[in-house]
Design a protein around this ligand. Structure first.
Ligand code: CDP
Ligand code: CDP
Length: 213
């Protein structure tokens, strides 16, 4: 393996990207970056400072100051932060700053796994292998709902379902780096798959790419 091996994993909210990426990174001994956390960190910094979510110059400054080392999943996981993240993610200046940090991370050796919305299309178009992980909106809303309720929170399924669809529309409909599968991505629909089955299917594809590299 000469250049770093890059695994790009994209897909909509609650498709299972994060879970799959963590398992893959651990299995192959690669570094992992959940790029959604970078957008969440910028959104949280704005919310904490009482700053608006629609001022691109202010949001860009936060994005430039964002430190990959400071990203904490447990702090950034809340539902309202994901919603706010998708609002600032439409801003080209914010994306430029965060994509620069993500690309730098992607060069780590021996390899990296990056998951998000635009890894295979924009951040790492030359990734060694690209997976587009998806599931039906109903299944994804059910997973998110179970996560909230399982964590002791309160939720109404119809509201979670409507939020998932709203976020899909925002992520797929934006002008800059919309969510879509790269032309050369392998599609993995996990609607009917357990985490373990999705992990095995992903490893089968990655093993083939590793042999070619
Ligand atoms: O990162 P992303 O938002 O795409 O999804 P995730 O956080 O990895 O997964 C969302 C939830 O769905 C988690 O609670 C997973 O355990 C669950 N999941 C599942 O039940 N079956 C799968 N095949 C994948 C994920
Ligand atoms: O975990 P979940 O799939 O709900 O969301 P996330 O991956 O943490 O991402 C939160 C939001 O950040 C997404 O809805 C996108 O709007 C944005 N995002 C993006 O635009 N590009 C990425 N590479 C990752 C996230």
């Amino acid at each position: 393996m000469t250049s770093p091996f890059i695994i790009a994993i994209d897909g909509p909210a609650a498709a299972g990207k994060g879970t799959l990426s963590r398992l893959i990174a651990e299995h192959y001994g690669f570094h992992h970056l959940d790029t959604g956390l970078t957008y969440r960190a910028v959104a949280k910094a704005l919310l904490d400072a009482g700053l608006p979510l629609d001022d691109e110059t202010v949001a860009e400054k936060m994005a430039i100051e964002m430190e990959l080392a400071g990203l904490d999943r447990s702090v950034l996981a809340q539902h309202h932060i994901g919603e706010a993240a998708s609002k600032i993610a439409v801003m080209p200046a914010v994306r430029r700053a965060l994509v620069a940090a993500q690309r730098k991370f992607a060069t780590k050796k021996p390899g990296t796994v990056l998951d998000g919305r635009d890894i295979g299309t924009v951040v790492c178009p030359d990734a060694t292998i690209k997976l587009y992980v998806t599931a039906s909106p109903e299944v994804r809303a059910r997973r998110r709902y179970d996560e909230i309720v399982g964590g002791g929170g309160a939720a109404v399924f119809d509201e979670v379902f409507s939020d998932v669809k709203k976020r899909d529309e925002r992520d797929m409909g934006r002008a800059d780096s919309p969510l879509k599968p790269a032309d050369d991505a392998h599609l993995l629909d996990t609607s009917e798959m357990s985490i373990d089955a999705a992990f095995r299917a992903a490893c089968d594809l990655i093993d083939v790419a590793l042999k070619k590299d």
